[in-house]
Design a protein around this ligand. Structure first.
Ligand code: FUC
Length: 789
């Protein structure tokens, strides 16, 4: 163990000044992927910043089609023995054909996340504008548009308040009487109505009431209400026919709320009107002013910035870079991105991932879906729902390590909900406990959707539980562990019943299942996906049992129960190295050299799992072969995952190559090309937010890693953490600093600085505030700390 110095004072200099944390442009957005996102977990908005035709694309996190329902298939238990027999006899296509009517969901394949539509402001007096800028300031979560027209300087600000359930917009000008527009609303939902009315002689309201749709035989029961209040200073205001017209105002504040009747996954009996109105009255009392007082905007903005800053400011990252490159507009930075020059784009991209997580996922609300909270279509790609064989989990990779546990709370709620609805999925196989397959939605459906070639993957419970236990490893909070233990235990209960002995190897395996979403090549053919004992399943179930053995010991569960976990654990299949030196993707060596499939499921135990680590150089080497075989270029999320994987393989230059691939322009791209839109949204393509989050987690992993030791056996309670500083620092990031990242065992990185690729200062704090000076570590910068000092 390296020497640790306990200190009380810290030198103050920083190696690289923090670059401006803003996205900015000198033209208005012309497409949705150029608009700037705002969100407070409940309300999402995309702002196009157009001087003449301003569009606020709106979302509310609970506007989903359908209603509570169960999409599990009651035939599964009866068909299971025959499906397994066919798999074990090598008749995998026959098994897959039997899965379709007996396991796959009959009709309801998950409900789409839908949009309530767009608020439109049609301005006059803004033609021929000059001196245009629009920006999103990541330090305040406020968008600002500025331009000059007709000798007047206009400013438009907007934010979705984090402490208040409101979106606020302020239109101002430096000359009186200069603001004139007509507002209307564009709602694509088939069932809706728009109306407008004067609420006082000088204020108006626009309201939109609508219904989310019925879908695939599931009746649509979500009602939504949008209320937009127009509060001008000076000028005149009128309202009629679903429009509001403001003429010659000095300033206008617009306050907007959206609410639905959603209560929880089993209940859509709420009162959207009361909830929507409540947002305005709460905000009025919070600002200690009436909303029609111009001071309210500033009071609410101050509250918002403070609340947002509490989360955002916990982590700082600077990488010294070329100032001229950093001064370019954000769209030009992406077009011209040179990883050797514009290194300060990395901190911006990293912090943007944290920003997006804060905006799309807040306590008490819904988890970030495939598009976070932002979606302008009735039917978004893949319904915008939760794909759980990588995408949802990836969304939450940054939550602990980048110090945003609040933003992780909706994911914990989703897991908890699924551990209830998931009893139905376990029951359909005749098993105790709970599980779910490769998708869920706001109704926490748990069936096997999208047909047998995609949906037969009953192992998602194990992945969810990995997150639950990893959160414990980060915080070392026994009470928290006790609170999630029933969920972990319920997942183990499922495997006690569901695992089956593979006749050749005698291992206990998951069957039927697949390696998401890849097909093995068997006897020269790539046809059926269905297998027994896919590597990812083996790794995840092993992880679940290993973690559960540890948790049961920590929580003082009976020894007899721990013994039963141990006896299953000892019969699970190990990670296998195949004929070309790769980590095998399946129990048999069915891998293909040159297989570029986007999923890298067999490396689950390298990241986010932990069995493939530096204590096993043989597996690290095989993981490298696997990753090189898969290649770099792929979908956005796949490249985000590979950043994390190369970081764990301690190859910073390769990880940085993936980030560079990711930061190529995505406009016009189709298929599986990854890339980044002008607003820094990740592209699958199309837009999918997981790649943003995967890259953010990967950048953290390149700078600091923490491994709980004793991970290679089932020996229980964690006692030590190995911390690695700058484990995968790319040669193109020679100088920088980072602070605030979280380290397993309950530690926080107070500061880490490096120059010319070498560590110059490192301070870590323990939960009780003890500060540890690791500045004198020699490369590799690795230290062993006690778990929960
Ligand atoms: C998984 C991936 C796809 C896509 C979809 C939403 O099925 O394999 O590439 O990201 O989720």
């Amino acid at each position: 163990m390296k020497k640790i110095v306990f200190i009380s004072l810290l030198a103050a200099s920083t190696a690289a000044a923090e670059a401006p944390m803003r996205l900015w442009y000198d033209t208005p957005a012309t497409i949705w992927e150029e608009a700037l996102p705002l969100g407070n977990g409940a309300i999402g908005a995309m702002v196009n910043g157009d001087p003449s035709e301003a569009i606020y694309y709106l979302n509310e996190e609970t506007i989903w089609a359908g209603s509570p329902h169960d999409n599990t298939n009651p035939n599964a238990a009866a068909a299971l023995p025959e499906i397994r027999r066919l798999i074990f006899e090598g008749k995998r296509m026959e098994a897959q054909n039997l899965c379709q009517p007996n396991i796959s969901a009959a009709e309801a394949n998950g409900m789409p996340y839908q949009t309530p539509g767009n608020l439109l402001l049609h301005f006059t007096g803004t033609d021929g504008f000059t001196d245009y800028t629009r920006e999103l300031d990541l330090t305040t979560a406020v968008t600002t548009t500025k331009f000059t027209a007709g000798g007047v300087n206009f400013t438009r600000e907007s934010f979705t308040s984090l402490p208040d359930r409101l979106m606020m917009i302020r239109l101002s000008a430096d000359k009186p009487g200069a603001i004139s527009f007509t507002a209307d609303y564009d709602c694509p939902m088939p069932v809706h109505s728009v109306s407008s009315s004067m609420t006082t002689p000088s204020e108006a309201e626009l309201t939109v009431a609508g219904n989310a749709e019925s879908h695939e035989g599931v009746p649509g029961k979500i009602r939504f209400l949008v209320i937009v209040k127009f509060l001008p200073v000076g000028g005149t205001i009128t309202a009629s026919d679903g429009k509001v017209t403001v003429s010659d105002a000095d300033q206008v504040v617009i306050a907007l709320n959206i609410a639905t009747n959603f209560v929880d996954y089993a209940d859509a009996s709420g009162d959207e009107t009361a909830k929507c109105r409540q947002g305005f009255s709460d905000a009025a009392s919070a600002s200690a002013l009436a909303l029609d007082n111009p001071g309210s905007f500033d009071a609410l903005k101050t509250r918002h910035i403070a609340s947002y800053g509490d989360m955002f400011n916990r982590v700082k990252l600077s990488i010294a870079g070329d100032e001229a490159a950093a001064a370019m507009t954000t769209d030009r930075r992406i077009k011209n991105y040179d990883p050797a020059v514009d290194t300060s784009l990395i901190p911006l991209y990293f912090q943007y991932g944290r920003y997006l997580l804060i905006c799309s996922s807040q306590p008490g609300g819904q988890a970030a879906n495939l598009q976070g909270i932002w979606n302008h279509e009735l039917y978004a790609p893949w319904d915008g729902k939760y794909t759980t064989d990588i995408n949802l989990e990836m969304n939450y990779w940054p939550s602990e390590v980048t110090a945003l546990p609040e933003a992780g709370e909706p994911y914990l709620s989703l897991i908890k909900d699924c551990s209830v609805t998931g009893r139905q999925a376990a029951k359909m196989y005749g098993c105790d406990g709970w599980t779910l397959h490769h998708n869920t939605d706001i109704w926490r459906t748990v069936g096997a959707v999208d047909g047998a070639a995609w949906g037969i993957w009953p192992t998602c419970n194990a992945w969810f539980c990995q997150h639950l236990y990893d959160k414990y490893l980060f915080n070392a909070d026994r009470d928290y562990l006790a609170s999630v233990w029933p969920i972990m235990k319920g997942a183990c209960d499922f495997y006690f019943d569901f695992l089956v002995e593979e006749p050749q190897s005698k291992y206990l395996v998951v069957a039927p299942s697949y390696s998401p979403e890849n097909k093995p090549k068997v006897n020269g053919k790539r046809d059926a996906v269905i297998v027994a004992g896919a590597a990812m399943d083996n790794e995840m179930v092993s992880d679940l049992f290993r973690n559960s053995i540890a948790a049961a010991q920590i929580l003082g569960e009976p020894q007899s129960y721990i013994d039963s976990l141990q006896s299953v654990y000892s019969r699970l299949a190990p990670i296998k190295v195949g004929r070309f030196g790769q980590i095998q993707e399946w129990l048999e060596d069915w891998d293909t050299e040159g297989d570029r499939h986007r999923h890298v499921s067999q490396l689950w135990d390298l990241y986010p799992g932990r069995q493939i680590n530096f204590t096993r150089p043989d597996l690290m080497e095989a993981a490298k072969v696997t990753l090189n075989n898969r290649g770099d270029h792929s979908t956005g999320w796949s490249m985000g995952w590979k950043v994390c994987l190369w970081a764990r393989l301690l190859d910073g230059d390769h990880a940085n190559r993936l980030i560079t691939e990711q930061l190529t322009p995505a406009i016009g791209e189709k298929g599986q090309n990854g890339g980044t839109y002008p607003n820094l949204f990740d592209a699958h393509p199309p837009f999918q937010i997981d790649g943003n989050f995967g890259c953010t987690a990967g950048i953290a992993e390149m700078l600091v890693q923490s491994h709980v030791t004793n991970v290679n056996a089932n020996e229980g309670v964690p006692s030590e953490v190995i911390v690695e500083l700058l484990p995968a620092l790319p040669s193109q990031w020679p100088t920088g600093s980072v602070s605030g990242l979280k380290i397993r065992g309950g530690y926080t990185l107070e500061t880490l600085r490096w120059e010319d690729g070498k560590l110059t200062a490192a301070i870590i704090t323990s939960p009780d505030g003890t500060r540890l000076d690791l500045s004198s570590l020699q490369s590799p910068y690795r230290a062993t700390l006690p778990f929960n000092l």
